[in-house]
Write a new protein. Structure first.
Length: 109
């Protein structure tokens, strides 16, 4: 591996770590929303959830793109660990988006 490939590999690992940290922040706010039922302002926890999901998606996609540039130089397991979270997050957001559209259509009929 050249120095440039190593740097992209290390940056992919760092981006994946930051993305997982933001995902854990989103999970924390979801859990807080369901635990604090007496709080009249608990609907504002969803802001924290969406900020965490948006940043997590960006960092995970960055990690996947950087891993794709050095795919031939890294082990298959490392490549999967760097790309699969981005796929899961992306598919979850797609399901959430399409689910909300289906809900709106079903609600209007």
């Amino acid at each position: 591996m050249t120095i440039w490939q190593k740097s992209r590999y290390i940056l992919a690992i760092i981006a994946q770590g930051i993305g997982l940290m933001w995902l854990m922040i989103a999970v924390y706010f979801v859990a807080t929303f369901y635990v604090e039922t007496e709080n009249p302002l608990r609907h504002e926890y969803w802001f924290g959830v969406w900020i965490g999901v948006i940043y997590s998606t960006g960092f995970s996609l960055t990690s996947a793109l950087l891993a794709a540039t050095v795919k031939a130089s890294i082990p298959k397991m490392a490549f999967r660990l760097l790309t699969v979270p981005a796929l899961i997050i992306g598919l979850s957001l797609l399901a959430l988006y399409l689910g909300s559209m289906v809900y709106e259509l079903a609600d209007k009929t």
